[in-house]
Every structure is written in C-alpha cells, then in structure tokens.
Design a protein around this ligand. Structure first.
Ligand code: FE2
Ligand code: FE2
Length: 142
C-alpha cells in the first residue's frame, strides 16, 4: 500500500476508535499494577502489560495504521511522531527491566519497584494523552 493510498485509508475512523479503546484497557491494567503488592501478582501483571503494550504499539505503528496515517497527512507532526516511537522503545525496555527484577523475586531486586511502576504509569499516561489529542485532531479532519 502506498503512502497516498494509506493517507486516504477509509478505515481510519475504525483504526482511531480501536486505539482509544486499547488506551482504556492499558489504563485499567496500570491501575491494577499500581495496587499489586504480592510479588507473584506483580510479575503476572507486568507480563500482561508487556504483551498488551507490544500488541498496542505494533497496532499503532503497523502499515496503514495510526502513525503512518498521521505522518502522511500531517508532516508538521513528524517530530512528535519520532518522540512517540522513542517512547514506545523506552516504555517497553522499562517494563522488561521491571519484569526481570520481579522474576528474581528477592527483596533487594524488588525494592523501589512500586515507585518505578508509578513513574512508568505517569510516562504511559503522558504518552497516551498526547496520542489522544492527535487522534481527536485527526477525527475532526476526517
Ligand atoms: Fe503509542
Ligand atoms: Fe497508544
């Protein structure tokens, strides 16, 4: 599919609606994660967060999806798009780091995890908020 065809993607409204729905799912998951105390539950939720984010970020970046549409239709957002992709990499690597520490399970490796989960939640929230604003702009322009 060429960029021009993608820019005219007739399914873009559905794509954008799906993205917003996935954001709600991630938000609910982060709320559960922030409350997770026992280490086994933390590990379980971090695993779920990792696979959910992998799928969500792939969905946003896939050919014909949100990011390509935004890049093709709104070159003025090129820099923002680059930052959002960087965010995806940073967020995933942070989740992997937390997951690795939760797997180790000893108190030393898990000390400070709660604060880092809270920081991660803020980072994800800021990222999704930025995207939500962009989705709203695109929806108005469709
Ligand atoms: Fe994203
Ligand atoms: Fe997103």
């Amino acid at each position: 599919m060429s960029i021009t065809e993608t820019a005219a993607n007739p399914h873009i409204k559905d794509v954008l609606a799906d993205i917003l729905e996935e954001h709600q799912h991630i938000e609910a998951l982060m709320d559960r994660l922030k409350e997770a105390c026992p280490i086994d539950r933390l590990q379980l939720l971090l695993n779920e967060l990792h696979s959910t984010l992998m799928s969500h970020f792939a969905h946003e970046q896939y050919p014909g999806g949100f990011y390509e549409y935004l890049g093709a239709r709104h070159p003025e957002h090129h820099e923002v798009l680059r930052e959002l992709v960087d965010d995806h990499n940073f967020i995933l690597s942070t989740v992997r780091g937390l997951l690795e520490r939760a797997r180790l399970g000893d108190p030393q490796s898990t000390s400070g995890v709660a604060q880092e989960v809270a920081d991660l939640a803020k980072r994800i929230e800021g990222h999704e908020l930025r995207e939500r604003d962009l989705v709203k702009q695109l929806e108005q322009a469709v």
